[in-house]
Design a protein around this ligand. Structure first.
Ligand SMILES: Cc1cc2nc3c(=O)[nH]c(=O)nc-3n(C[C@H](O)[C@H](O)[C@H](O)COP(=O)(O)OP(=O)(O)OC[C@H]3O[C@@H](n4cnc5c(N)ncnc54)[C@H](O)[C@@H]3O)c2cc1C
Length: 358
């Protein structure tokens, strides 16, 4: 049996390793645009220089899995066509191309490897007294602003979102904002409407919905939104955001041979998170094993634990959630939360490398 996994992020790598462990005779091919596994949850650390977010893909995949460096251009009838023209046939495919960022003009995206690298270079070149604006009041914005403020106390960091830390309930939100303030991040509860280019490569004037404007030497776009258009381009049914519509077993409703997992799958109630990607990858891989063994597949169900957001290296907020991702009131802050968040990041990487743990 030939299985092609499209995208080697958390979902794709997890699925490939689980399948290799459970279906010993399958020929598994992973296609990814670069020869590295990008630990996306550490991209804000990559740009601040507190961690390296890339590891050789070979170190993440079990022996026997073939990897191709390339971008899938189209999924056809039982085959994928790569950007350089080569095609790979499959009996089953796993679509795991993740999500992307749609940065406003004049900003640098944090949520892609290329953007994080560009931001790292620009931040390193920023002189003392410069200003960094982070756009996005959600987890990625909070983590980015805090990480930058932690390593560059000599620059002014503003975090703009409407509102900042709105992903938490009241108590946890106050705790996250207090942590940002301790790192001297200026919190601006507003929307950015435009970034007008300045004279240099990265500077500009940030305009807010309230009518305020301020100068910024580097403006980071910390909002992850949208998915690659591969599913739509290949004629698979997609939702209005372009995510592949799946049945209850995470198979494309257009083509049962194609499983869609992670950020690129339209799973009701799921948010962009490793906490979604890896359980989905596990479920889809197990569904294929069941089908091969002639057993009935089972429906997928959500299983969330918490919203975990780092606030620099020594602080974090972990707000507990019910299985369906509705928030509980209980939350943790401070050092214990920072340790839990680090354990979650390491756990996600371990899960991807072994195809276990969820
Ligand atoms: C700064 C930051 C911090 C985050 N922190 C957290 C956190 O603390 N907890 C959490 O749960 N989530 C966090 N997230 C979200 C999390 O990273 C994503 O939800 C997760 O990466 C989704 O996994 P995935 O496998 O679906 O996609 P990805 O990890 O994005 O992997 C997709 C892969 O597919 C590849 N690909 C794309 N198009 C193609 C193509 N056409 N052909 C072949 N390959 C392709 C990509 O290059 C990539 O390697 C964070 C995100 C960011 C940006």
């Amino acid at each position: 049996m030939r299985i092609v996994v499209i995208g080697a992020g958390y979902a794709g790598t997890f699925a490939a390793n689980r399948l290799a462990r459970k279906l010993k005779s399958a020929e598994i091919t992973v296609v990814n645009p670069r020869p590295d596994f990008v630990e996306r949850v550490r991209l804000h650390q990559q740009l601040a220089g507190t961690a390296t977010a890339a590891a050789p893909l070979a170190s993440m995949l079990r022996d026997g899995i073939t990897s191709h460096v390339g971008t899938v251009d189209k999924i056809g009838n039982g085959s994928v066509v790569l950007d350089h023209g080569e095609s790979v046939d499959f009996d089953y495919a796993f679509l795991a191309v993740g999500s992307t960022a749609r940065p406003m003009r004049g900003t640098v995206p944090v949520g892609t490897w290329e953007g994080a690298e560009q931001a790292r270079v620009a931040l390193a070149a920023l002189p003392a007294g410069g200003t960094v604006t982070v756009v996005g009041g959600g987890p990625t914005g909070i983590e980015t602003a805090a990480e930058v403020a932690g390593v560059r106390p000599d620059v002014r960091v503003r975090l703009v979102g409407s509102p900042v830390a709105g992903c938490f309930s009241d108590g946890a939100r106050r705790r996250a904002r207090a942590g940002l303030e301790r790192l001297r991040v200026d919190i601006v509860d507003d929307d950015v409407t435009e970034v007008a280019a300045g004279a240099g490569r990265f500077d500009g004037t940030v305009h807010l919905r309230s009518g305020t404007a301020f100068a910024s030497d580097l403006t980071l776009w910390a909002i992850v939104a949208g998915v690659p258009d591969l599913a739509a381009r290949s004629g698979l049914a997609v939702d209005p955001e372009g995510r592949a519509i799946v049945d209850e077993c995470l198979r494309s409703v257009t083509d049962e041979r194609i499983f869609a997992v992670g950020d690129c799958a339209a799973v009701p109630g799921a948010r962009f998170a490793c906490q979604s990607a890896e359980p989905q990858a596990a479920h889809a891989a197990d569904t294929l094993v069941r089908l091969v063994e002639g057993r009935e597949p089972e429906p997928y169900s959500l299983r969330y634990l918490a919203v975990c957001v780092s606030v620099g290296r020594r602080d974090a907020v972990v707000q507990f959630a019910r299985r369906d991702d509705t928030l509980r009131r209980a939350y943790l802050g401070g050092r214990t939360a920072a340790v839990l968040k680090e354990v979650a990041c390491r756990g996600a990487r371990f899960g991807a490398r072994t195809g276990t743990g969820v």
